[in-house]
Ligand binder design. Structure first.
Ligand code: MD3
Ligand code: FE
Length: 207
């Protein structure tokens, strides 16, 4: 565990192979109940390259008409999001120490060509709570900057089983996923294999 950037805590190998496999099974269950969907950029309607779903009481989504937001129900099925798997709630308590549980767990599924442009996470009203990210599957080249889009950024490799906690000053830092590096790593654990190359779980307190 190291903190090259204040507020960014990277824990390589936080989940071992068997914990990753168990979590992958949980996430396959989430996707079965809440199918992957494609969010679109506000105004332009350009589809994002990442497919997503959510678990928890609130789920993040975006469409052309109403933009980035949290919703209590799945946009296609109209059902409430499934529960956050207990292992992720335990990781939240252990790694963030935040007194309240996460409300949202965004499940991002990347194929080999998917990217996520530099952005800030600011659709929440509680910026005091940290964000917890857990990665499964292929490595990715991730980038963290500062509070201004144009400032310098630091590259970071996220691998399967890694946890990342973003708190304090880093909570509002610009960040993005430059590239999935499928050749360098193991495939997604079996229940998720075939859905994509990399899955990231982002836990947030919203309100
Ligand atoms: C650094 N997802 O869903 S998670 C997102 O790998 C998102 O899917 C990426 O960015 C992914 O919004 C990155 C790690 C992460 C999350 C929030 C951050 C890094 C962050 C907030 C501030 C700084
Ligand atoms: Fe983000």
């Amino acid at each position: 565990m190291h903190e090259p950037i204040p507020g960014v805590r990277h824990m390589p190998g936080f989940l071992d192979a068997s914990a990753q496999a168990a979590l992958a099974a949980d996430i396959a269950g989430v996707i079965a109940a809440a199918p992957l969907f494609v969010s679109r950029m506000p105004r332009t309607g350009v589809p994002m390259s990442v497919r997503m779903t959510n678990c928890g009481s609130l789920g993040w989504m975006s469409d052309q008409e109403r933009g980035y937001r949290y919703e209590t129900h799945h946009p296609d099925t109209g059902q409430p999001w499934p529960a956050i798997p207990p292992v992720l709630l335990e990781a939240w308590g252990l790694l963030t120490g935040y007194p309240k549980p996460p409300e949202a767990c965004l499940v991002n599924v990347y194929d080999a060509e998917a990217r996520m442009g530099l952005h800030q996470d600011r659709d929440e009203t509680d910026f005091d709570a940290p964000i917890l990210s857990v990665s499964l599957g292929a490595d990715c080249r991730f980038r963290v900057g500062g509070l201004k889009r144009a400032g310098p950024t630091v590259p970071l490799i996220l691998s399967s089983g890694d946890a990342l906690v973003l708190g304090g000053p880093a909570r509002l830092y610009f960040h993005g996923v430059d590239k999935i590096l499928p050749s360098l790593t193991a495939p997604l654990p079996p229940p998720l294999m075939g859905l994509g190359a990399r899955v990231n779980l982002t836990l947030r307190r919203v309100s």
